[in-house]
Design a protein around this ligand. Structure first.
Ligand SMILES: C[S@@+](CC[C@H](N)C(=O)[O-])C[C@H]1O[C@@H](n2cnc3c(N)ncnc32)[C@H](O)[C@@H]1O
Length: 310
């Protein structure tokens, strides 16, 4: 990849050497199979001797109908750029310490991609606008939002989560700009709004929601939801308007959501009863999304009985 001056040193210091399991690659890429037909795939953070990305694509070359597979690790910046230009789809787990630059390069060269990254990237000032503007979205992900990677680094996982020769990394996800079914599936909501359970922030005209599943089905105003919401985000169901984080004021991430600076907000974090809350994404229900009508529990058997009479 480009801009790799001194990256060897940075890379060592940042603990970027951990390797993806074949099973995790298979679990994610089975949702993208149709995209690979006739395409040149580049895995550009991958030593083919150890990379399971190489193994996955070489084993499945015929089945996917690939045109070409290129697997490289960083050696020659100019050559890397030529290969990037040639590629249709880039698939890898890039060094987390260089994730921002890595994504910027993919966007600059208008590449399609499926890559692993940390969900914290979502709050980054360069990355968030890509998520907000539906240029990048989350893939299917790792079970429980955590992955086990082959690594020699010391693992801090609890005994039940520890796997020999591996490191457990929490908050990892797949990021992509390839169309997937998941992002068209509605999040099923079952709560209804009431002012007591959904207080407004001191500094944003938005209600606070601590758990994605608690998003009320009937609220039309702005809502602040946790970053993990992105895993359930369907752009036909919700629109993303901004983010409340330490850097939102500077970057105007809060967008059109009315905001009044607060002494506690450190540049834009949401504040509730004078206390800062974790980063929140500001969303709103799509107007085109019909308001679901909550049914009474008692109605359900009637519906089932009606079906049974056919
Ligand atoms: C998180 S590891 C993942 C390795 C492999 N993609 C996998 O998933 O098993 C990131 C890899 O990128 C390599 N790397 C670091 N800087 C790079 C650069 N500038 N260009 C390409 N690869 C780089 C690292 O040496 C490391 O092996």
């Amino acid at each position: 990849m480009a801009g790799n001056i001194n990256l060897h040193a940075a890379n060592k210091a940042k603990k970027d050497e951990f390797y993806t399991q074949l099973v995790d690659i298979e679990n994610e890429l089975r949702h993208y199979k149709a995209h690979f037909k006739g395409k040149t795939v580049l895995c550009n953070c991958d030593d083919p001797r150890v990379s399971n990305f190489f193994h996955y694509f070489s084993y499945n070359f015929e089945q996917l109908g690939l045109k070409k597979l290129i697997t490289t690790c960083y050696k020659n910046q100019n050559r890397d750029l030529e290969l990037l230009k040639e590629a249709d789809i880039v698939v890898t787990n890039p060094p987390f310490s260089l994730f921002r630059e890595y994504v910027a390069q993919l966007m600059e060269y208008e590449k399609k991609f499926v890559i692993i990254g940390n969900q914290n990237a979502i709050t980054n000032k360069d990355f968030f606008p890509l998520i907000r503007d539906n240029k990048i979205w989350l893939g299917y992900g790792f079970k429980g939002g955590a992955g086990h990677f082959f690594s020699k680094y010391e693992d801090v996982a609890t005994a039940s989560d520890h796997r020999e020769g591996m490191i457990r990394v929490s908050g990892v996800n797949w990021f992509t700009n390839l169309e997937i079914q998941k992002r068209h599936e509605d999040l099923i909501l079952f709560k209804t709004y009431n002012a007591a359970d959904y207080p407004k922030y001191d500094n944003y005209d938005a209600i606070n929601i601590d758990k994605t599943t608690d998003i009320p089905m009937d609220y039309d105003g702005f809502m602040g939801v946790p970053i993990t919401f992105m895993d359930k985000y369907n752009p036909e169901q919700f629109e993303i308007l901004g983010i409340c984080a330490g850097n939102s004021r500077l970057n105007k991430f809060y967008g059109i959501v009315p905001y009044t600076p607060h002494i506690e907000d450190r540049g834009g974090c949401a504040v509730l009863n004078n206390k800062r809350v974790y980063s929140r994404i500001l969303i709103r229900r799509r107007k085109t999304n019909p308001k679901p009508v909550p049914y009474e529990i008692g109605e359900l058997p009637v519906l089932m009985a009606a079906e049974g009479t056919d």
